[in-house]
Design a protein around this ligand. Structure first.
Ligand SMILES: *Cc1c(COP(=O)(O)O)cnc(C)c1O
Length: 376
């Protein structure tokens, strides 16, 4: 294959990132906290409109510590979306709790509020009320918090949002990550912005933020001789990576714009292709456009998702199915769940297309040409 491989979402870093990281390196703040961590937290707080932010080593670490700070532990049940990356469910298991998987709304793939209501009701009646609800904002579209918030409130269960994929998105004008008791973001390499690896917990709850900060730095009591009364973690973000995050955050709007352009091009292209639609529904105005995916109706389309994936692969273009639902994962075979077959259908018929903000126009052109040959 002669042409470069076109990836789904390559990190978008350049001169600004280089400047920030080199400046942090030269400042001597290497070991490991420093002013860029503080500044990065302030800038995220401002962007999301919350009072507290704690920069951490990963989104998974942020989920883990957020759950612990909410009091989740051994024997608890935490309700979460089945349509997610394994990290959400793994973090629940780290605390000793059991994930309870809730299936998806058929348009957005996000947690179905009616099924959530049903799950919380069943758990309450069984005498094992949920300890927390962790919805996931799938591929950069916020879940339906206007319905999820009052449902959680009615059952008195804390809402903790996995906004790992939705930094910069909103729901009815309110930023993703700012709903419920707390939210988390991921800055992993393929997310909308990256610190190479990193995450952040955001909240308006000062006590919760302090507790997460404390647990993330080995649970050290504020005395010189390293006194410990709790088990701690080494989960803080390093100053060098926070510097990278600050440069990325400064460019977040333009990166979102670029991804939005690809979404519009795909939407335009598929509008005349029978049996294929853009995943997520017609209204994407509040998305961050992290990844653009399509849904293929195998009865009406020339190709199945599997076939299209292999055609694109031959053209050296990376595509990927949507997340394999957690309730279908061997490791969670015995986990409780309420399903409606939507996530299975999305897994079978969905395909994510190249969406990266650093992708040049010429690559998008190649992707559209390949799609034209396959389905046009
Ligand atoms: C990426 C991701 C995470 C994990 O974030 P890391 O920074 O990679 O640990 C958690 N939840 C979801 C939904 C994600 O997509």
């Amino acid at each position: 294959m002669s042409s470069d491989r076109i990836l789904m979402s390559k990190p978008d870093v350049g001169e600004l990132e280089e400047q920030y990281v080199v400046a942090a390196l030269r400042s001597g703040w290497i070991a490991p906290l420093g002013p860029d961590v503080d500044a990065f937290e302030s800038e995220i707080k401002e962007r999301i409109g919350v009072n507290h932010a704690v920069a951490l080593a990963s989104g998974t670490a942020a989920l883990h510590l957020g759950l612990l700070a909410l009091g989740v532990g051994q024997g608890d049940i935490v309700v979460t979306s089945t349509m997610t990356f394994a990290a959400t469910a793994n973090a629940i298991v780290y605390t000793g709790a059991t994930p309870f998987f809730v299936d998806s709304d058929s348009v957005t793939g996000n947690m179905d509020p009616d099924l959530l209501d049903q799950a919380l009701g069943e758990l309450q009646r069984a005498g094992t009320p949920a300890a927390a609800v962790v919805p996931v904002d799938l591929l950069g579209k916020a879940a339906d918090y206007s319905r999820i918030e009052p449902i959680c409130a009615a059952y008195g269960v804390p809402l903790f949002c996995d906004a790992a994929e939705s930094l910069g998105a909103a729901h009815r004008g309110k930023p993703a990550g700012s709903f419920g008791r707390a939210g988390i973001f991921s800055f992993n390499g393929n997310k909308i912005m990256t610190t190479s690896g990193g995450g952040m917990l955001v909240t308006d709850d000062e006590e919760l933020a302090q507790h997460v900060r404390y647990l993330s730095t080995q649970a050290r009591q504020p005395v010189v001789h390293y006194e410990h009364t709790d088990i701690g973690y080494n989960y803080r973000m390093s100053n060098l990576l926070a510097a990278l995050g600050r440069a990325q955050l400064a460019r977040l709007n333009s990166m979102i714009q670029r991804r939005r352009l690809w979404r519009d091009e795909y939407r335009n292209f598929f509008s005349s292709v029978p049996g294929i639609e853009i995943f997520g529904g017609p209204d994407d105005s509040e998305d961050n456009y992290w990844l653009s995916s399509i849904l293929i109706d195998p009865e009406k389309s020339k190709v199945t998702a599997l076939k299209l994936r292999s055609i694109m692969d031959r053209e050296n273009i990376e595509t990927r199915p949507l997340w394999k639902p957690m309730h279908l994962q061997p490791v969670f075979a015995n986990a409780p769940r309420i399903t409606n077959e939507v996530s299975e259908c999305l897994f079978d018929n969905g395909l994510t297309l190249p969406s990266g903000s650093s992708m040049p126009e010429a690559h998008m052109h190649r992707v559209l040409m390949a799609l034209e040959c396959a389905v046009g």
